[in-house]
Design a protein around this ligand. Structure first.
Ligand code: FES
Ligand SMILES: [Fe+2]
Length: 376
């Protein structure tokens, strides 16, 4: 299924069942989220050896942790003995090993099987072969990205280049020093909508004039409906009276060290398929990670990142957090308003995209290709 040309102004969206069909969602989990690089956890959240987080990646639970040398490791959260879930908490800290709560098979921080009741009486057991199943990991922008595929796609091509292509150059993102920033605030949203509605919403700004009064005050050009993602290298400019990217346009903080004159007083938004949104403003960076957990439910973790000095000083970040928190709630409300209608007969053949939304059609084609290419 690809998008169909209706007129030069209107092209069709995906049909409604793409947002409601549980089997199709399973296929997406398998062919998209379990095959691509997935931004799983913030590296700084794993602050010492044995600190761990468990995250849903596609249909799997994954444990992300640090070994004794401080290197990030990720494993499928499945005991090799009889399959019990190894870590049941969302986050925690072990001393030197993960011990299964069922029969006490115990794995070191590199996943190797190191102990089990009666293991000594089973000398033929190959402890290496019975270790936890490792998952590929990469660290970038201060986040741990994991890939469940046996042969992961190129991280450079599928992640770094996507950011560079949107911003025009590879250095543009480097200027923000994202991996050196500190977490100022994290807000989790439980959105009752299909993950694609969330992406599509993020990709367009046709709705900005209607639902984002605070954002369009700060970024007046958004009132025209052109998303910042529409043009390569374009960042939406702050209004002339606006002092900072805050809920009331009041002053924010000093601009980040590497941010250039060209990037100052501008907002850049980047979608890294399939589940990351990056928002760059001169004094902070906002990163959204999406976790699709059901065909009609998506968890979103949003991090507001500032220089460590700002966070350590206890500076008031509430006005800058509030701007995008409001934007998020306005966006997610809109997605939730659309979700029930996806099952309506009115949407059987889908809806339409206006010209300022046509780039969403490329996302649909991308998705359809991924699903089609990989179906056996
Ligand atoms: S299932 Fe984990 S030790 Fe038995
Ligand atoms: Fe929006």
């Amino acid at each position: 299924m690809t998008t169909t040309e209706l007129t030069s102004s209107l092209i069709s969206t995906l049909p409604g069942h793409y947002y409601t069909d549980a089997e199709l969602f399973q296929l997406e989990q398998q062919r998209v989220f379990e095959e691509m690089w997935f931004c799983a956890v913030r590296a700084a959240d794993l602050d010492r050896p044995g600190a761990f987080r468990t995250v849903s990646v596609g249909r799997e639970s994954v444990v992300v942790s640090r070994n004794r040398a401080g290197e990030v490791r990720a494993f499928l959260n499945v005991c090799r003995h009889r399959g019990a879930r190894l870590c049941t908490e969302e986050q925690g800290q072990v001393r030197r090993s993960f011990k299964c709560p069922y029969h006490a098979w115990t794995y070191d921080l590199d996943g190797g099987l190191v102990a089990a009741p009666n293991l000594a009486s089973m000398p033929d057991v190959d402890r290496a072969a019975q270790g936890l199943i490792r998952v590929h990991v990469r660290e970038w922008l201060g986040y741990v990205w994991v890939c469940l595929a046996d042969e992961p796609p190129s991280f450079t091509e599928t992640v770094e280049d996507v950011v560079a292509q949107r911003l025009g150059t590879a250095e543009s993102i480097t200027n923000y020093g994202v991996d050196g920033l500190a977490l100022g605030r994290r807000i989790s949203y439980d959105v009752r909508a299909n993950w694609k509605l969330v992406i599509e919403n993020f990709m367009e700004c046709y709705h900005c004039g209607t639902i984002h009064p605070e954002l369009t005050e700060v970024l007046p050009e958004f009132a025209d409906g052109y998303a910042a993602q529409y043009y390569v290298g374009h960042g939406a400019e702050f209004g002339s009276e606006v002092e900072g990217f805050t809920v009331d346009g009041s002053a924010g903080f000093e601009r980040l060290d590497g941010v250039t004159e060209d990037q100052d007083r501008r907002y850049y938004a980047i979608t890294v398929p399939p589940q990351v949104f990056i928002n760059l403003v001169p004094d902070h960076v906002i990163v959204h990670r999406m976790f699709p957990i059901a065909v009609d439910r998506t968890l979103i973790e949003c991090d507001w990142l500032y220089t460590p000095g700002i966070i350590e000083s206890g500076a008031d970040i509430s006005r800058s957090v509030e701007l995008f928190d409001r934007v998020n709630r306005q966006d997610f409300d809109a997605c939730e308003r659309c979700q029930p209608a996806m099952a309506s007969r009115a949407y059987r053949a889908g809806g339409v995209l206006v010209p300022v939304e046509h780039h969403i059609g490329e996302f649909h084609t991308w998705l359809a290709d991924r699903l089609a290419d990989t179906v056996q």
